[in-house]
Design a protein around this ligand. Sequence first.
Ligand SMILES: NC(=O)c1ccc[n+]([C@@H]2O[C@H](COP(=O)([O-])OP(=O)(O)OC[C@H]3O[C@@H](n4cnc5c(N)ncnc54)[C@H](OP(=O)(O)O)[C@@H]3O)[C@@H](O)[C@H]2O)c1
Length: 353
Amino acid sequence: MRVAVVGATGAVGSTILGVMRERSFAADEIVPFASERSAGRTIAYSERPAGASVRSPGDTDLTVVSLSEDSIQGFDLALFSAGSAISAEWAPRFVEAGAVVVDNSSQWRMSDDVPLVVAEVNPDALREHRGIVANPNCTTMQTVMVLGPILQSVGIERVIMSSYQAVSGTGQRAVDELHRQAEAVIEAHELPAPAVYPHQIAFNVLPQVESFKDGDDYTTEERKCMFEMRKILGRSDVGVSATCARVPVYTGHSVSANVQTREPLSPDECRALLAKAPGVVVVDDPANAIYPTAIDAAGRDDVLVGRIRRDPSHERCLNLWIVGDNLRKGAATNAVQVAELLSVRGLVPAARV
Ligand SMILES: NC(=O)c1ccc[n+]([C@@H]2O[C@H](COP(=O)([O-])OP(=O)(O)OC[C@H]3O[C@@H](n4cnc5c(N)ncnc54)[C@H](OP(=O)(O)O)[C@@H]3O)[C@@H](O)[C@H]2O)c1
C-alpha cells in the first residue's frame, strides 16, 4: 500500500506520521507532501512518540514533495491536513488517480455523499464512501466520543457545550504566536502585534474560534460543532448549542457539556457506562482534585471525562468535563484509525459509483 500524507510538515500532518509509526501502520511506502516551500526537506519517520525531537536508530528519512499531477499518481490512500483550499482542489484529484482520501479539513464534512467518521462511534458509515472520508472537527470528535455511548443507552434530547480550545488547533503559527507573546509579557518586552488571532492570546481568553461569516452571530467553529455532532450521531433531532473559546493552552481542548437525556441517567450510571466506552477514560474523583486537564490529555489518544454530576436545574441533565488531545484523537489518530478501518474492511481502493 502506498500512502500520501498531505500537509506532512504541519501540526496535524507531523502527528499523523508519528501515529502511523507508533501503530506500525502497514504501508509499503509513505510520501509526505507539503507546499513548494518545504519540498526537498527531509522528515524523520521515527519510532519515538509524535512530537519528540531526539533521533533514534529506527528513524528513516522521508523526502517532502509538492503537489503536482505527476506526484499524486499511484497512491492507495491519502491523508490530508493542509487546509480546506488544498483539500478542495487536490482531494478529488487524488481520488481520480485511484486513492481514497481521509480529509482533516472542513471542506467535505457537510457534503451528503461524504461520510464523517469517528472510528469508535460510526465506523459503518465508511461503507458509503465514494473516495473521500471526512475527519470531524477536533472539538466535535472528543465530545461525540462521550455522547455516542450516552445516546445509545438512554437517548439525548439536547446538548449545551462550551469549549476551551488550545492554540495548536489553529496550527503551528498559532503555537509560535502564543510562545512569542508569552515570552514578551514575562520579559516585559513590547508585545508583537497579533497576527493569527484578532487579539492577544497569551494570558487571555477569546470568545471567538475561527470567524463570523455572512452576518452570523455564531462562529464557523460553533456551526461545525452543531452540524457535525448531529451528522456523526445520525440524529437530526438532537438539539446542540455551542460556544467555543480559545485559551492560551498549547495542546488539549476542554469541553463543558450539559447533556439532557431522554431516559434518566444518574452520574454513577453515566460513569459506569463511559468506563466501558472504547477510547474513553473516566477520571472523576473531584474531592481529591482528580479530573481531566488539558495537560493530562496532551500526548494521549484517549478522551478523558470527569466532573460528571447532576444538573440541579433539570432532573434529566448531567454536566460533564471532556478533554482530548486535539492533534491526536481530535485529528491525526482518528485519521489513521479510519485509514486502518478502510484497509481492514477492504474499502481501499475507492468504492466508486
Ligand atoms: N490543528 C488541529 O488541532 C486540527 C484538528 C483537526 C483538523 N485540523 C485541520 O487540519 C488542517 C491542517 O491543520 P494544521 O493545524 O496541521 O495546520 P498547519 O500546522 O498550518 O499545517 C499546514 C500544512 O499544510 C501544508 N500546505 C500549505 N500549503 C500547501 C500547498 N500549497 N500544498 C501542499 N501542502 C501545503 C503546509 O506545508 P508547509 O509547511 O510547506 O507550509 C503544512 O504541512 C486544517 O484544515 C485544519 O483545520 C486541524
